[in-house]
Unconditional design. Sequence first.
Length: 190
Amino acid sequence: MRPSLRGALAALTLFGAGCHWYYDKVPSPDQLWYLIPWFDHMIRSPAFHPYERSDIPRRSVPGTVPITGAEGDWSEAWTRRGEYSIADGLVNPTDPAAVLALGDTAYRTFCAPCHGVTGAGDGLVGRRMAAPSLLSDRARALSDGHIYSVIRYGRGVMWRYGDKIHDPERRWAVVHYVRRLQAGAAGGGR
């Protein structure tokens, strides 16, 4: 038998035996977690409370008041037409200069697909859904709290984004960024 043929046969034998041994005899890494004794009784462990942090959005139980500083829930009043008094009373607590970059990032991620990069309502999705321009006189007249509430709870064809932009500071940053777009379109600066 020629040496090259003998070497090829040896390599094939080793490869075949090696694969069989590797796939059938070596335990899968997925099986390693069974070696940890506490995984099998975790179902009887103390309960996990996913909403124990105040920055995770959730609906408040009716008649309760948050004591940890969590944001209140005015979605029920917001869904009734014309009841904007809660939203209009909100004041933007953030400094525009400190959060403008945060607002820019959040706006371009979540708002620009519909409202467009400049806020004119000409985004790729917005053209099909008739997204309103954020540069109109009507949009300029809205209070900061109203814009914040629209971001959080949605309105009309706009979906709620409170679950996507879950940090209140980031929502307020988007409000500042919208105001910046409006000021830029009017020829002013902010």
